[in-house]
Design a protein around this ligand. Sequence first.
Ligand code: CA
Length: 471
Amino acid sequence: MKLGKIISTTSVYVLFAHSIHGQSPVSPNIILILADDLGYADVGFNGCKDIPTPHIDRIAEQGVIFSNGYVSYCVCGPSRAGLITGRYQDRFGFSRNPLFAPNDAGMGLPLSEETIADALKQAGYKSAALGKWHLGAHESLHPVNRGFDDFFGFLGGGHHYFPELWVLNDHYEAKSEYDSYKTRLLRNHERVEEKEYLTDALSREAVSYIEKYKNEPFFIYLAYNAPHEPLQATEKYLSRFGHMEEGKRKTYAAMVSSVDDGVGMVLDKLEELGLSENTLVIFLSDNGGPEQANASDNGILRGGKSDLFEGGIRVPFAMCWPAKIPAGMIFHHPVISLDIFATAIAQSQKPVNTKNRLDGVNLLPYLTGAKKGQPHDYLFWRKFDAKDYALRTGYEKLVIRKGSTRMFFDLDRDVSEQNDLSNQSNARTNKLFKAFQKWESGLVGPAFLGLMEDKEYNALHPERFRRPSGE
Ligand code: CA
């Protein structure tokens, strides 16, 4: 009886799959899960011992761990601009963390740029952006005007997690940058009454949009702001860490655990709907952990958020797609967040023509074995204001601080960047610097004032939060 039941369920599934899709291949669904300020060593698949992340680890177990996975910048805003466009963000002036400026169309991702959602729309995808946007708060820069069909979340660079702290009805009640953390959440353009802890609300919405879009290819950009400051967690998650001493690490652990639960809800929903096999799920952090600020842990990597040492730019990064990517892989060649856009559009069964030249590459052939070697000859980073730069090629890494101090590291022998070899490798250092200069010649300067210029911006824009006339 039991066996009969299994067979009939399977037959129904096969029939169902064929009736919907016939024999032709189907574009995969894509779920891009971004954590915020999560340390390299704070997930189980990178060796974390004190914070269990069984669900995030499922992505790694069912697919590939990128042990040398990078982002294109070491803080939130520019990293997201790179991720969402598949291009080095300094090609279009996104060199700073944008300010929350709802009346300023120039503060955020320029309209010259195409988002991954814009591109996937060409192939018939439905898409939702959930959580932290941070690519502009002006109407023209709102997610639904940047290729997404739906949005649920907040437009600024961070947010409080507890609903009782969302005391501002709208942005025009804000008086400062950090007031944006207190605004009520948005569903598209409507302020909503939300009762759940923020991370839980975002996970709930992700599951809901999977359900809503299940009959067509979909793209969900699930951008948690956890475990970015402020450190706020509910008892549900704190109680899992009762053995830890009171303090930042405990609250941080609880916040990571809430993200992990959310990832579990997403993966479970895919399984329930029979969508796991043909869904590409990607998990990464937007930059390295700021260890002092949120008690994150970048392990043996040097530095953290806002550094171009490995701790600032090398992040937890994993991807699964059971239909195509072999399970249990570890990919050691350098890859970068910019590759996600190129990888996603290359899997579409309908052609996608991108407006701008991408810097990322399609990783799939490297994961299936169709292509050998490394996806990138060089990766580059630039912090414009600090004049800090970096380059990686193979295991070699060039770091330049304050425009002049050059350091050269062999990451194969010295992943912690402790032994500067620039004196012994002068010729090689010079050669890499020339490669950096060539790349930099294709970049532009900052397009807007950033978080560090908050006062200057306010002086220039006294009506920064004013309610637009007619609203
Ligand atoms: Ca961040």
